[in-house]
Design a protein around this ligand. Structure first.
Ligand code: HEC
Length: 90
């Protein structure tokens, strides 16, 4: 039990560190996705390509709007996830 608590504290520390260090932006988007979205949307790429929009900016705006009331806790978290998903559309 203690071991489990220690491990999850370590894992949240990692996610925290990733979110707040600029150079890990892509990684933290992926980590946040894994933490907040993956249990319901297993295939991130399929989800990313299902969002309609003419340009990447359109898609990002649409995702920003939708995610403001769909399983995200903060603007920072939402931005990271939107960057991650728009990046997957290639
Ligand atoms: C508890 C399950 C659950 C979680 C967690 C969840 N979603 Fe969803 N999501 C759904 C369901 C169900 C729908 C379809 C119904 C709706 O539109 O609300 C959906 C719809 C969507 C859509 C619209 C897809 C489309 O083609 O219109 C997007 C984009 C999306 N989710 C992104 C996310 C992201 C990003 C996260 C993580 C921050 C997330 N979801 C977390 C269940 C979930």
């Amino acid at each position: 039990m203690l071991d489990l608590i220690a491990r999850s504290a370590f894992a949240s520390g990692l996610i925290f560190a990733a979110v707040f260090s600029g150079e890990a932006a892509a990684d933290s988007g992926a980590a946040l996705y894994a933490q907040s979205c993956e249990r319901c949307h297993a295939d991130a790429r399929a989800l990313a390509t299902s969002v309609r929009g003419r340009t990447t900016a359109d898609v990002a705006a649409s995702l920003e709007g939708f995610l403001s009331h769909h399983h995200t806790d903060s603007d920072a978290e939402r931005n990271q996830i939107v960057d991650y998903l728009t990046g997957l559309r290639g």
